[in-house]
Design a protein around this ligand. Structure first.
Ligand code: GAL
Length: 423
């Protein structure tokens, strides 16, 4: 082969490598209005750098279906290059060895000096950074339709007894008090908000992080269960199968007065042209002022066998951590940036409140991982807990003491059958 031909072949090889290097397939479940806009922003920023985006969006709030698809694809030897993986589920994948740690990118970008400390520790697996953090969601929020409250001369509830009193008045006036579906994870958000509001962060941690049998079965847990159960009459008539974002639409349209949900709800509000904190207001879930239950969104990278693909992943990880991307993405998604250095001046009022609450909670030790969002317990424990809670909630005659005992027993059973790496 003559030298010019050799050079031409080399150039061709390099350009193919370059093209491959630019492509990223991302698996996620950001398909609701606001979520899809945020995912689209990420896609556009990546494409603007001359890259290719392959979308693997799997419908279903909370990500249950996305996780099933991820498992079957990975077992078939065809994982995506990146996936929305977070909390305990991320650690389970890390233990199985499928993930590419991002410690090298983190070192180059000095992430440890820039991230909130709890973000680094959440993503740390045996000394390695296992995913790129994208945004911090506060889970313990109550959203209210202020015009309804004004019309009925109601005060926003600051405690759970106040919320029940307000709910009764709303119901008497023919308005659905609480917009909410029957997904176990939606119910778990309600339940953990009550536990945090009425039990406080120490109780919350003893029960859901340390899984202490006394905390799981004791009188405080029984009270939390009773309170949870007492909200049954205040859900929409069509609550079976109601998705979280459909519940938010009910709130926006004034068919319901309140919703308890993490601040991805804001993505829906913004997509509907609302300014969060105005007509639809954000308040800490009753009793949780200054407390912060977090859901840390992160993207994990799956190990690649070719170098070009690995290079693309590194570029992708770098993009996610730029302040510009963090600012723009989180403003659409409803979360706040993971970079502690960032000023929230241009963010909506609810994001600014979340930022203040986060700093205060970090200082006071009131920052807790959300159970419903998979931040607190291994996936199987979370699933068992949510099943017990959903059964309890759907049964009009269920008993709190029996349910508390069942919670502790079920968790114990799952823990003893659980072995690291085989979740
Ligand atoms: C969470 C996810 C959020 C949000 C929500 C609803 O699990 O972390 O980003 O999208 O589900 O789908």
């Amino acid at each position: 082969m003559g030298r010019p031909l050799q050079l031409l072949m080399l150039a061709l090889m390099l350009s193919t490598a370059h093209a491959a290097e630019q492509s990223i397939e991302v698996l996620h479940w950001w398909t609701a209005g606001g979520e899809a806009k945020a995912a689209n922003l990420l896609k556009q920023r990546w494409q603007a750098q001359g890259n290719r985006w392959v979308d693997a969006a799997i419908d279903g709030g909370g990500g249950g279906s996305a996780m099933l698809v991820l498992r079957s694809r990975t077992l078939a030897g065809n994982p995506p290059q990146a996936a929305h993986l977070k909390g305990a589920e991320l650690h389970a994948w890390a233990r199985l060895g499928f993930l590419r740690p991002v410690s090298d990118v983190a070192r180059r970008g000095q992430w440890d000096m820039r991230l909130y400390p709890f973000v680094s520790s959440t993503l740390n697996h045996q000394g390695q950074m296992m995913a790129v953090p994208i945004g911090i969601h506060r889970v313990n929020w109550l959203w209210i339709n202020q015009p309804i409250f004004d019309r009925l001369k109601l005060e926003p509830p600051r405690s759970w007894p106040e919320l029940l009193a307000v709910a009764r008045r709303l119901k008497a006036a023919g308005i659905t008090p609480l917009a909410m579906g029957d997904d176990p994870w939606q119910l778990a958000i309600l339940f953990e908000s009550i536990a945090l509001g009425e039990g406080g962060s120490d109780f919350y941690r003893r029960a859901f992080v340390n899984l202490e049998p006394d905390a799981l079965t004791g009188p405080r847990m029984q009270q939390v269960l009773l309170r949870f159960h007492s909200l049954r009459p205040f859900l929409p008539a069509n609550h079976v199968g109601l998705k979280w974002n459909q519940a938010t639409q009910m709130l926006i349209e004034g068919q319901a007065a309140m919703q308890l949900m993490g601040d991805w709800t804001k993505g829906e509000l913004i997509a509907a042209g609302e300014i969060p904190g105005q007509r639809i207001r954000c308040l800490p879930a009753p009793g949780t002022t200054g407390r912060f239950s977090y859901n840390l969104d992160s993207l994990a990278l799956f190990r690649q066998t070719n170098d070009a693909s690995d290079q693309a992943q590194q570029r992708f990880a770098e993009l996610l951590m730029t302040p510009e991307f963090q600012r723009d993405f989180n403003r659409v998604k409803g979360s706040i940036p993971v970079l502690a250095e960032m000023d929230l001046a241009g963010f909506d009022p609810c994001a600014r409140l979340a930022g203040q609450a986060l700093q205060r909670a970090e200082r006071d030790g009131s920052l807790v991982p959300s159970v419903a969002e998979g931040m607190a317990t291994p996936p199987r424990v979370q699933q068992a807990l949510q099943e017990v809670l959903a059964n309890y909630f759907s049964d009009a005659d269920a008993d709190a003491a029996t349910t508390a005992a069942r919670l502790a027993q079920t968790i114990k059973a799952v823990q003893s059958e659980w072995q690291p790496g085989v979740e």
